[in-house]
Design a protein around this ligand. Structure first.
Ligand code: AKG
Ligand code: FE2
Length: 163
């Protein structure tokens, strides 16, 4: 693609269906800790997530092996994972927690990027479960920004300079 092409489909001053969500999830009773947000991919181009507590999990492709946790149980200090990466949830091997790090945001690619790149880039499957370990006793706040292509942009594979 020519440099700046993706940016040209997401100009800040052009109308688009961007969404912002601010979600408050109080602690759930220990006997009723269901998945808070079921598995899905995001709809836009890029999602930027701000949260302090864990709970976000990604489904790992079969060829990616999760890292081994360095500490036995995630708590408020370890934030649910290790080394800023993903940590396997002992109960379900295909799902890994994504650890929120102070001063960082978590970025997910959405389905629009799959279309634009004809599947070269993929939108990850993720879900939100109860925060891990001691964090399950705290209220989880999540600020989510979904950036979408401009309203006039047709969702189709973009053609690069090479063809
Ligand atoms: O709250 C989170 O960490 C993720 C929320 C999410 O995946 C969504 O709103 O699409
Ligand atoms: Fe999502």
């Amino acid at each position: 693609l020519p440099p700046g092409h993706l940016e040209s489909l997401h100009r800040l001053d052009a109308p688009s269906g961007d969404q912002v969500r601010f979600v408050k999830a109080p602690p759930q009773p220990p006997k009723d800790r269901r998945t808070a947000l079921g598995e899905h991919t995001d709809f836009g181009s890029v999602t930027v997530l701000f949260n302090r507590l864990g709970g976000l999990q990604v489904r790992l492709p079969s060829h990616i092996k999760p890292i081994t946790p360095a500490s036995p149980a995630p708590d408020a200090n370890t934030n649910g994972a290790v080394n800023g990466s993903v940590e396997v949830n002992g109960a379900e091997e295909n799902w890994a927690y994504v650890r929120p790090l102070p001063g960082h945001a978590i970025v997910n690619l959405g389905d629009a990027m799959v279309k634009f790149t004809a599947g070269v880039l993929r939108s990850n499957i993720h879900r939100v479960v109860n925060p891990p370990g001691e964090q399950a006793e705290s209220t989880r706040y999540s600020l989510v920004y979904f950036a979408r292509p401009e309203d006039e942009v047709v969702l189709r594979a973009l053609r690069g300079e090479g063809g």
